[in-house]
Design a protein around this ligand. Structure first.
Ligand code: GLN
Length: 381
């Protein structure tokens, strides 16, 4: 058996969702909305199924979607990308990440990764023979610092894997931090793989700045996006990669043997969705921010210290000031069993020197779901 995978635990998302099912709990763990998603996009997919978009599409994605992604990035970020040579469709952000890592990392290459990280990153880096160099980010601000980057980058650094907005910490990185990271990428001649699946889920007037648009980064950045997050249709698994042709060519070689294609009917529906007017996206942000505020207020009323959430479907609470004397894992197990609410322990996103006092809750839920969860947690501390 392959040691990289044989020794892995089951992902924390599946573990907590299973516990939620076992205990009949409200699942504020795994990040998925509990409403059906935009009706017009779902109807467009149904029409595409009925009207014949059902055979293998082009390996790179259907032209309509590749053009829609390029147009969307030009409109929102002023990024000029050629749909034919710089955009590819994947089966979700996770496949895009895997294809990008396998395409860029060779045995012995060092890959700078920020903790907390999404849990698919390290196994794939290791499968490629890469050596992770971990940068530890800390609550409450989870900032990138020059000292931490200086420690992590070496002459063997080939790739940096960066998630912005950052799940689970709910941080949207500002231009000065992106410029700092860009400086290191250029100094050490590294490629940046940017997991930007939360690019549209930013609050309070914040702007998501893709690293690929920072000066000096256009030809050394692989930008990854996901329709699942943009349209709250997380099960669709339609992702996209945008990168300069020499990078995208190799990523496509991995993709062709990993998933080869992605359901064409869903691609067609996503292409239509990306052309929606700006207001659609702003309204989605306001709606999610309202839910964030509802859960924040409720948790604060119970006595939980809530950390700022600038983006994503998540907010985090810091258990440290509560003096509970239990780790995030113990706390999450206790609340799912005793209070019937599931959350995610943030230490699961660290490999070493974990922050063990922070817990993540998903607020992308109906008001009634959030209120019911708050009711159940009312005597949890
Ligand atoms: N991105 C989702 C989250 O952070 C989980 C996806 C998954 O379950 N693999 O909750």
């Amino acid at each position: 058996m392959n040691k990289v995978f044989a020794d892995l635990p089951v992902t924390i998302f599946e573990t907590m969702s299973q516990l939620a099912r076992d205990h009949d709990a409200i699942n504020l763990g795994q990040g998925f909305p509990d409403d059906p998603g935009p009706e017009d996009i779902r109807r467009a997919a149904a029409d595409a199924v009925i009207n014949g978009y059902n055979q293998y599409p082009s390996m790179m994605g259907i032209p309509e979607l590749r053009q829609a992604v390029a147009a969307h990035y030009r409109h929102w970020h002023g990024l000029a990308a050629d749909p034919a040579s710089e955009v590819m469709v994947t089966s979700g952000g996770t496949e895009a990440l895997t294809s990008a890592i396998l395409a860029t990392v060779e045995p012995g290459d060092e890959v700078v990764v920020f903790q907390p990280f999404y849990d698919s990153y390290l196994p794939i880096i290791r499968q490629a023979g890469g050596v992770p160099r971990l940068v530890r980010l800390e609550p409450p601000h989870w900032r990138l610092t020059e000292d931490a980057l200086r420690d992590a980058f070496t002459p063997r650094t080939r790739v940096v894997l960066f998630n912005n907005p950052l799940n689970p910490a709910a941080v949207v990185y500002a231009r000065n931090e992106l410029e700092l990271l860009a400086r290191f990428c250029q100094e050490f001649d590294a490629v940046a793989i940017c997991d930007e699946v939360w690019e549209h889920v930013v609050f309070d007037g914040r702007e998501h700045i893709p690293l690929i648009t920072v000066p000096g980064m256009r030809d050394r950045t692989i930008k990854i996006g996901s329709a699942g997050k943009i349209f709250s249709l997380t099960g669709w698994k339609v992702g996209f990669v945008c990168a300069a042709p020499p990078l995208l060519r190799v990523i496509a070689k991995v993709h062709q043997f990993l998933t080869f294609t992605t359901p064409p009917n869903l691609q067609a529906a996503v292409a239509g969705g990306l052309a929606k007017p700006d207001d659609y996206f702003f309204e989605m942000r306001r709606d999610l921010a309202r839910r964030r505020d509802r859960l924040t207020r409720g948790l604060e009323d119970i006595g939980f210290p809530v950390l700022p959430s600038q983006g994503t479907y998540f907010l985090t609470v810091d258990l440290a000031p509560l003096g509970l004397n239990e780790t995030d894992h113990v706390f999450c197990r206790r609340i799912v069993v005793d209070h019937k609410v599931a959350a995610i322990p943030v230490s699961a996103f660290y490999e070493k020197d974990a922050v063990t006092s922070v817990v993540r809750f998903c607020f992308a839920k109906k008001d009634a779901t959030l209120d019911a969860a708050l009711e159940r947690l009312s005597d949890a501390v």
